[in-house]
Design a protein around this ligand. Structure first.
Ligand code: CMP
Ligand code: MG
Length: 391
């Protein structure tokens, strides 16, 4: 049904609806006046007289219940009709908590003013449980951040031709007091709803940068090349104009030169942020590199590679996993690696688990690899220490 917004005229004296009737529309008064009333044991109580700009008849649509009161036109009235479908669609876009708040308020108003038996509880036990779980999740993530339960783990990124670790990707882990070690899936949804994604990513960056900076000082003393840090930045950062300054400040405090940081972003970030280009240019201006993450999972539009200042392409593990069993996937990887190379973009393959995969990727021209074959994500201290084990 289309969202037809149409106007209706009602003459003074007309009863628009009675308490207890079924409802199909709400009205916004443009001119005239409407009385809202209820009747208790034959006695009529006026609840309100509504005039231009006011809405009535919305309660029954919001909580799918009968009219809570009657509406009588006091003065010739012109009103805009708001259909049920319009209200329903808007409501569906609200968060579950907002929906429950709204229905609870209406329920309370009905109990307070209506002579009808009180409607059933405004929300089902199931709905309540879901909302409570979400709210708890958000509290828990907040507590976890404040309590230092979220820690950076580092997964090695190696050069495929000699297997030497050249950098690490920082991945958040949750040292949950009762559930043990949890991955990002346990917290990202709650963190996003609680508006904490930005804080979380920056915290991981800060901690990991500090660790890697210390490791690089030791490597320098041993006459070895420094390693880089690859850190994930969700789309939410790109709404913040200060992003490049914030990164510069964190790296400065940690003592990690910007040249040692690769900023990992996904294609979605580029799609949802029209201004990403500006932010990326500023980040590149600091000396950091940009990695396009999860390549192969979304549209994987090659145009991004020319539109945005991308330095590295991370081939998603789903591609790497299927590459040896599906000839076409293998060919796609070969072509992508080759094409990226031609425009000075180096490729990093994720999810490398077997030597055969590593060999295929190396022959295809892929420069770097990451995955179980080279090591899982480890606590940052251990990952850094492992740089010194092998030499
Ligand atoms: P609905 O229940 O759909 O139909 C009756 C309408 O009267 C209701 O929506 C509200 O728009 C309005 N209404 C109900 N109670 C009050 C009140 N106490 N004060 C003002 N308006 C009310
Ligand atoms: Mg990543």
């Amino acid at each position: 049904m289309s969202d037809t917004v149409y106007r209706r005229r009602f003459s003074a004296g007309r009863l628009l609806f009675n308490e207890g009737q079924a409802a199909d529309a709400a009205y916004i008064i443009e001119a005239g006046a409407v009385e809202i009333f209820v009747e208790f044991a034959g006695e009529r109580t006026r609840l309100a007289v509504l005039g231009p700009g006011e809405i009535f008849g919305e309660m029954a649509l919001v909580d799918d219940s009968p009219r809570s009161a009657a509406a009588l036109v006091l003065e010739d009235c012109e009103a805009i009709v708001v259909e049920r479908g319009q209200i329903k669609r808007e409501l569906e876009r609200a968060t579950p908590l907002m929906q429950i708040l709204l229905r609870t308020l209406i329920h309370r108003l009905r109990v307070a003013t209506s002579s009808l038996p009180a409607a059933a509880a405004p929300i089902s036990a199931d709905e309540a449980a879901k909302v409570i779980a979400r709210i708890k999740g958000e509290h828990e993530v907040r507590r976890a951040i404040d309590g230092g339960e979220l820690v950076p783990y580092l997964q090695p990124i190696v050069r495929l031709d000699d297997g030497i670790t050249v950098g690490f990707e920082a991945l958040v882990r949750w040292r949950h007091p009762s559930q043990g070690l949890l991955g990002p899936e346990a917290l990202l949804g709650s963190a996003e709803r609680a508006g904490l994604l930005e804080v979380l990513d920056l915290m991981v960056l800060r901690e990991a940068a500090r660790m890697l900076s210390a490791a690089n000082r030791r490597l320098a003393l041993a006459g070895r090349r420094p390693v880089f840090l690859s850190a994930n930045f969700g789309a939410v950062h790109f709404a913040d104009e200060r992003l490049a300054d914030v990164i510069a400040e964190i790296l400065g405090e940690a003592g990690l030169p910007p040249e040692r940081l690769k900023v990992e972003i996904t294609e979605t970030t580029l799609i949802v942020n029209r201004d990403a280009r500006k932010a990326l240019d500023r980040i590149k201006g600091l000396g950091c590199a940009i990695s396009l993450d999860d390549f192969g999972t979304g549209y994987s539009g090659l145009s991004y590679l020319s539109q945005f200042p991308i330095d590295y392409l991370k081939i998603d593990k789903s591609f790497v996993c299927a590459m040896l069993s599906e000839r076409k996937t293998g060919e796609i990887i070969r072509s992508v690696v080759q094409l990226a190379g031609q425009i000075e973009i180096d490729t990093i393959a994720e999810g490398v688990e077997t030597q055969a995969q590593a060999d295929f990727l190396r022959e295809a021209g892929c420069i770097y690899g990451q995955g179980f074959l080279y090591g899982n994500a480890q606590p940052a201290e251990e990952a850094c220490a492992s740089l010194f084990d092998r030499s």
